[in-house]
Design a protein around this ligand. Structure first.
Ligand code: C2E
Ligand code: CA
Ligand code: CA
Length: 800
């Protein structure tokens, strides 16, 4: 009550409020500067500390004199200038000391206590020195109890005020601290003022400069205004800086969070900060990463290199990224790329390491490598990888003296099955084939798909040629088992050609070529078999290739011609027509048999233009013959692959003017095997044109009677081999008789070809065979001779 009474009765309360405000501002400013100091180090820290001490000391001094002005002791008061100035220096120096003590050991209790006590002491010292500077007519008496109370309370409140200002104090903490310190100052001031009693007397003799209350008021008001402005400015700057730092920090954090790259800030290997991306890579929380050594997060294989780089700063900051292996989540190695830069972090040098996850890129690279080396359908190595491995195997074999076998495989009937199943089914079949091949070979063997239905196997490290033969047999067996593709039973086979190093060649390409030659032979020998390479195969094949080349030009060079072999009625001996037969006069070799070049033309596809030419020529030449004479033209199965064969025939008939009934087309059973329905469809269309259809070479092929029933042929030609054998062989004669009888039953006309002897002809006549053809009756003749013969005698007959 006493203190309160002093405050209320002896003070101008407006000035008291001003003093309080000045003090609060000064304390708040001081604490702001203190927190700045605590965020920095070295010389800058001392400067911030001094700023804080100055703000506090000068603020306390101003507070004191504003409060003194508010004090009305009832007598005029003057102030000694020297003492007044000293009283300003004390709190500044005291506060500096207090803050140095306070900041000596962050986080401990005693520096706070000691700092607070010193600060309180400085405030008290200032107050009593300021009182001592007063000059008034009378004596000032102090109540010692109140003086003691004022000092103790100032010290206690100072300790309290500082205790919340540790480290990075928040704004609220700083405000609370400022209020507490303000209370410390004001409590001291007003308690100490209450301790004062003025005994009126005379003004002591003047031997110093004094300043009266009026000018002091102006000085203090100016000072307090300056402090207020300074504080305000400081606060504004501080706030600005704080928000800028905060914004900067936030932006940086967003930036680092939004990058895919892991960022690690470290100083001498110790992690100071990390971003989320890095934490994701190593599968740890940010707090678990900070403070650890960077080497804790890399695989042992990369640790040595990074440790080396940490030691040599120039290499550490090299602009060339290095590839390392991080220890990812769960300890799994994670391929990554590392790039380091030096930065300043919290006022000191640090290194920021950016880490890029390479696992996607590695995966993509791996995938590209795989695609480049493997077949997309079956996943088997492709030709490229096969050659690579094959060359390796050969090099190894060269050193050890062992042989390497290469097996070339070609699926039999694949094209037919592929047509049947459609593209997808065909692919699935290839996948199953690949599966079986893989399961049949050993681990060291390489199976590859070279393209289409061609596969290859390289077999190193084995006794040759037994091992290759055994493997080939196993492969044939494996592919002979039926496949189940979408519920369809599919049967294919495989032909295999084998070449073995070093006998059949020393280089990859040579061996592959020779294995291919052997494969060709295997297929020619009837498929589903294996064949070893032999040198003479090569020669024969080369001969064939050369002939094929020549055949390509034969048509345009006019080397092809048609001969016509007469067909006679067996019983009456009348000439009924001719069969057109191709002849090739090779410029060097002379006559080449159609038995030799027709298969060649079929393989190369040349049969299409050649067959068309033969048909057109035969029709054109036959038009000139007597109207009742027919012309028979052979059609190859390959020509039935052309969907528009009936259209072509119709066009040729129209163009040449030959009536359809005078044309006979000779086909073999071969065309009915591969794709019965389609072939039968085309045959029917041909027959609808009015053309006659003959089944040639009957008895040699499959001779399936079901074909005869399913398709209404006009004519059956008994193969010449039966006719030939019928002379000596009773069984062959029986077959000829049976076929003729069967022809009668089915309503077919029967022709016997290859009639060379009278006895053969007699047999045919006795069985009432319809037609005969053979050297006995007439050899194939050039077109010119046919027309001569036809004009010479109107009726050539067997009898003649
Ligand atoms: P093919 O259709 O069976 O023709 C009959 C073959 O028997 C002809 O041989 C003919 O000269 C021969 N020949 C005729 N009478 C006798 C005989 O009494 N004894 C013996 N040993 N042979 C006789 P060629 O002309 O060498 O033709 C061979 C094969 O070439 C033909 O057999 C036919 O399949 C094919 N061919 C010929 N010309 C053509 C053609 O224009 N187109 C097609 N696709 N194939 C043709
Ligand atoms: Ca024929
Ligand atoms: Ca024939």
């Amino acid at each position: 009550m006493y203190i309160l009474g002093c405050l209320v009765q002896q003070h101008d309360l407006r000035l008291v409020a001003l003093a309080f405000l000045v003090c609060l501002m000064a304390c708040f400013t001081a604490l702001n500067l203190l927190s700045r100091a605590q965020a920095t180090e070295g010389g800058l820290r001392l400067a911030w500390l001094f700023g804080a001490a100055f703000a506090f000391g000068s603020g306390v001094w101003t507070t004191h004199f504003v409060a003194e002005l508010a004090y009305r002791p009832g007598v005029p008061v003057e102030y000694a200038v020297g003492d007044t100035l000293i009283s300003a220096a004390v709190p500044i120096a005291g506060a500096m000391l207090a803050l140095l003590i306070f900041g000596a050991r962050p986080g401990r209790a005693w520096p706070v206590a000691a700092g607070g006590v010193v600060l309180g002491g400085a405030v008290a010292g200032m107050h009593f020195l300021g009182m001592g500077a007063m000059r008034l007519p009378g004596t000032i008496l102090f109540n010692p109890l109140l003086v003691a109370a004022s000092v103790v309370s100032a010290m206690a409140l100072s300790v309290l005020g500082l205790s919340r200002s540790d480290g990075e104090a928040k704004l609220a903490d700083r405000l609370l601290g400022a209020v507490t310190l303000t209370l410390a100052v004001c409590t001291l001031h007003f308690t100490a003022m209450a301790a004062v009693t003025v005994l009126p007397g005379t003004l002591p003799a003047r031997h110093e400069d004094v300043i009266s209350a009026g000018p002091l008021a102006i000085t203090v008001a100016t000072a307090s205004l300056a402090i207020l402005m300074l504080s305000l400015f400081g606060a504004l700057v501080d706030q600005h800086l704080a928000t800028r730092v905060a914004r900067e920090g936030k932006r940086l954090r967003q930036l680092t969070a939004s990058t895919f790259e892991g960022l690690v800030i470290h100083r001498e290997g110790i992690v100071l900060d990390v971003n989320e991306a890095f934490c994701r890579m190593v599968g740890q929380a940010p707090d678990a990463v900070r403070g650890r050594h960077v080497l804790d997060f890399v695989q042992p294989g990369s640790a040595a290199e990074i440790a080396e780089r940490l030691k040599t700063p120039e290499r550490l900051r090299s602009p060339v990224p290095i590839e390392i292996a991080l220890t990812g989540a769960g300890g799994v190695p994670l391929p990554a790329e590392l790039l380091c830069r030096q930065i300043e972090y919290n006022g000191a040098d640090a290194v920021v390491a950016s880490v890029r996850d390479l696992s996607d890129r590695k995966r993509a690279e791996e995938q590209i490598r795989h695609l480049a080396h493997h077949d997309a359908v079956t996943g088997l190595p492709n030709r490229f990888l096969f050659n690579d491995r094959f060359v390796q195997a050969l090099e190894l074999a060269e050193r050890t003296g062992a042989g390497v076998a290469v097996l070339c495989l070609d699926l039999d009937r694949f094209k037919f099955v592929n047509d049947l199943l459609g593209h997808e089914g065909g692919d699935r079949l290839l996948v199953e084939v690949a599966e079986r091949l893989r399961a049949t070979v050993r681990g060291v063997d390489t199976v590859a798909r070279l393209g289409g239905d061609e596969f290859a196997v390289a077999q190193p490290l084995a006794d040759q040629p037994q091992s290759a033969a055994a493997l080939a047999s196993r492969l044939i067996e494996a592919l002979a088992r039926p496949f189940d593709i979408d519920g369809q039973h599919v049967q294919i086979g495989v032909s295999i050609g084998i070449a073995i190093s070093p006998t059949d060649g020393r280089t990859g390409p040579k061996l592959l070529k020779n294995a291919d030659t052997a494969l060709y032979r295997a297929k020619a020998e009837g498929r589903n078999r294996l064949c070893f390479f032999e040198p003479e195969m090569d020669l024969r094949l080369q001969g064939r290739r050369a002939l094929e080349q020549d055949l390509r030009q034969a048509l345009s060079r006019g080397e092809l011609a048609l001969n016509y072999q007469p067909l006679f009625d067996c019983r009456s001996g009348e000439l009924e027509g001719f069969e057109a037969l191709l002849r090739w006069t090779h410029p060097v070799r002379g006559q080449v048999s159609p038995a030799e070049f027709i298969p060649l033309a079929e393989e190369s596809g040349l049969i299409l233009p050649i067959g068309r030419w033969a048909l057109e020529t035969a029709c054109a030449e036959a038009v000139a013959w007597q109207d009742r004479l027919r012309v028979a033209v052979n059609l190859s199965p390959a020509q039935f692959k052309q969907q528009d064969l009936p259209v072509m025939v119709a066009e040729i008939l129209a163009r040449t003017g030959l009536p359809a009934r005078r044309l006979e087309l000779e086909v073999t059973e071969g065309l009915l095997i591969d794709n019965t329905e389609r072939a039968l469809g085309i045959l029917r269309e041909l027959k609808d044109l009015g053309v006659r259809i003959s089944l040639d070479d009957f008895g040699t092929g499959y001779s399936s009677l079901s074909y005869l029933r399913r398709f209404p042929f006009d004519k059956l030609k008994i193969d010449k081999s039966f006719v030939k054998a019928s002379d000596e062989d009773a069984e062959a004669a029986a077959i000829v008789s049976t076929i003729i009888a069967m022809g009668y039953n089915l309503g077919l006309s029967i022709t016997a070809e290859g009639v060379e002897t009278q006895s053969q002809l007699d047999l045919l006549r006795s069985q009432a065979c319809h037609q005969a053809q053979g050297f006995l009756l007439g050899r194939p003749l050039p077109a010119r001779e046919v027309s001569e013969m036809l004009s010479r005698r109107a009726e050539p007959a067997i009898a003649a």
